[in-house]
Design a protein around this ligand. Structure first.
Ligand code: NAD
Ligand code: DAU
Length: 379
């Protein structure tokens, strides 16, 4: 039985990964380590934690005594490091927290893994590693910086981070690569484009737009809305990580993305249109709307859910213009291809939010409202 340490799995992608892995592999054990920051919610993985195949530990990836203790207790075969401060806007407000969690936290995990996994010294002078172990770092396309109208990020594209968030993720990647070179530690890195899907915290574009529509609020679009992101359904990202840790070459970086570039304004318009369609097909969803105007047909009206809700607000500082991933390497080497098209994925995602309003309410308590006021109040 293989044992995994999965950090940050009370958050968006980590939680989806735990669900994906437990469903796919009946024989594995997962230990989740998560600090439960504003972005983490135990309720997201509560149904998965059974104290047997899946255990939960509340704690900080920066806490060396704790991480050493966990490595000693569980004999991990794999570490998959999702834990991070993940929101670019927050990194502009408080860069140091990103440095501490994303860089020092990663380096701390690397050291605990090194201590637990080195079994001696090889003839080459390098450490000898326990058979079959792997440290996997979940990274981002943002390490490559920003593209113009043309071209793609390849694994060989020079690193050029622009925001405090991406600078911290790049530094973490460099530490992972440094441990690979210096100690021959078996590591891998995936650099993925923007994810969307269930359990996405509503500070990020798609879930924030859904939440605002349901609350009858305006839809804040930064700048002129022409910035491009390359959207991937979260389960396709989980599948890519699974393939890389099991079949990917140690020491390698794999870009992950599904060639699904869209301008932000297109995403917002598509979200408006999809919510209208779902509420037309299933009028019972209209009960969720805070604004309950009754139309001429006697039903709760959705006429006001239209593009007039869009408000162009002050741009993000240093806003990267365009991201676009070239996934040729992971496709050719490992056979990865995305399974969920955007047309299908966005409907699944919005339907999930409509069906899981309790989750949204639980995760967006008082702190969220304070954040929203501070971030959008004077935009
Ligand atoms: P998220 O913000 O939803 O979740 C982060 C999780 O990490 C939360 O559960 C939080 O409680 C936990 N955490 C934060 N600090 C911690 C600490 N010091 N110790 C332990 N746990 C801590 O993030 P996400 O969107 O799921 O992203 C997960 C990872 O994937 C991040 O490393 C991010 O950089 C990367 N990534 C995200 C995307 C995306 O589109 N969201 C794309 C590519 C890569
Ligand atoms: O590319 C991968 C990255 O994608 C991950 O590494 C990050 O962790 C993840 O947060 C995401 O970063 P972005 O900054 O691209 O995601 P966000 O949802 O914050 O913004 C997407 C785009 O939408 C971006 O161009 C900014 C814009 N935006 C965002 C918000 C929250 C708006 O126009 N209005 C908004 O209110």
């Amino acid at each position: 039985m293989k044992t995994y340490l999965v950090t940050g799995a009370a958050g968006f992608i980590g939680a989806n990964f735990v669900k994906y892995m437990l469903a796919k592999y009946p024989e594995i054990k997962i230990v989740v380590l998560d600090l439960l920051t504003y972005a983490g919610n135990l309720g997201t993985i509560a149904e998965d934690i059974d104290g047997d195949r899946c255990e939960f530990v509340k704690g900080d990836i920066c806490d060396r005594a704790l991480t050493d203790e966990l490595f000693a207790k569980y004999q991990f075969d794999y570490v998959v490091n999702f834990a991070a401060e993940s929101h670019v806007d927050r990194s502009i407000e408080n860069p140091q927290l990103f440095l501490v969690t994303n860089i020092l936290g990663t380096q701390n995990l690397l050291d605990s893994a090194r201590k637990a996994w080195v079994t001696g010294k090889a003839e080459t002078g390098y450490p000898r590693w326990r058979e079959g172990v792997r440290f996997h770092q979940v990274s981002t396309d943002e390490v490559y910086g920003s593209l113009g109208a043309e071209g793609y990020f390849h694994e060989t594209t020079p690193l050029d981070p622009r925001s405090p968030y991406s600078a911290s993720k790049t530094s973490a990647d460099l530490f992972v690569q440094a441990y690979s070179e210096t100690y021959k530690m078996p590591v891998s890195i995936t650099r993925c484009s923007n994810n969307y899907g269930p359990y996405h915290f509503p500070e990020k574009l798609i879930p924030l737009i859904i939440k605002n529509i349901l609350e009858g609020k305006s839809l804040p679009v930064y700048g002129d809305g022409t910035n491009v992101r390359d959207w991937l359904y979260v389960e396709d990202h989980c599948k890519a990580i699974d393939m890389v840790i099991h079949k990917g070459r140690a020491g390698e970086v794999y870009n992950v993305g599904g060639h699904n570039e869209k301008q932000n304004i297109e995403i917002v318009k598509l979200t408006i249109g999809t919510i209208r369609n779902l509420m037309t097909e299933q009028p019972e969803y209209r009960q969720i709307l805070k604004k309950k105007e009754i139309g001429a047909d006697g039903q709760i009206s959705i006429d006001w859910i239209n593009e007039s809700l869009i408000t162009f607000v002050k741009d993000r500082l240093g806003h990267d213009q365009r991201y676009a991933i070239d996934p040729t390497k992971i496709t050719n080497e490992l056979g990865w291809t995305p399974e969920t098209s955007f047309e299908v994925g966005i409907v699944k995602t919005i339907r999930w939010y409509l069906d899981n309003q309790k989750w949204v309410e639980d995760i967006t308590g008082g702190d969220y409202m304070k954040y929203y006021e501070e971030m959008y109040g004077n935009r």
